[in-house]
Design a protein around this ligand. Structure first.
Ligand code: FES
Length: 170
């Protein structure tokens, strides 16, 4: 792992922050550490192909995740959707060098956020389902993202099933 590049990406992350006019957004949380990351994508067209014009991210995660997201969002610029879809966590963290085993999931979280955003775009749902990321004053508010991730998914919660007893015919 390239410690200098890692520290630089942590100190000056590229493309950090919510993207107002994004076309797609993906959010993932890591069950391993409870960290989370959200990625926004803006597309444009180049030579008749859909390409990523720019990407940004917000992270409530560890520094490695921030560093990988920083280099990944740089790398994504100009990539076609197909090329972006084919990118692995390893590709995305490549400028930082190989991640140590306990940090591999940090890169995978970035890959997950990218895939979630690309899939959302493919499904044509846009960013309309975005949970609020900012507090009332437009202040980035980590707990709100945390809440949105922890909120039970529709139909995903535990439902207690109670069978009705047939009324006895007395
Ligand atoms: Fe979990 Fe980095 S994302 S420790």
């Amino acid at each position: 792992m390239d410690e200098a590049k890692l520290q630089d990406a942590i100190a000056n992350p590229s493309n950090l922050g919510e993207m107002e006019d994004a076309d797609a957004m993906g959010t993932v949380g890591s069950p391993e550490c409870g960290d989370m990351i959200r990625m926004w994508l803006k597309f444009s067209e180049k030579d008749g192909r859909k390409v990523i014009d720019r990407a940004s991210f917000q992270s409530f995660g560890c520094q490695t995740a921030i560093a990988v997201a920083s280099v990944a969002t740089e790398m994504l610029k100009g990539k076609t959707v197909e090329d972006a879809m084919a990118m692995t966590a390893e590709d995305m963290s490549q400028p930082l060098g190989a991640l140590p085993p306990m940090k591999i999931h940090c890169g995978q979280m970035v890959e997950g956020a990218l895939r979630a955003a690309l899939e959302q775009d493919a499904a044509g749902t846009g960013t309309g389902t975005a949970a609020p990321l900012s507090g009332p004053e437009g202040n980035p508010n980590a707990p709100m993202l945390a809440e949105s991730l922890q909120a039970p998914k529709p139909g995903g919660g535990k439902i207690k099933i109670v069978f009705e007893q047939p009324e006895s015919e007395a």
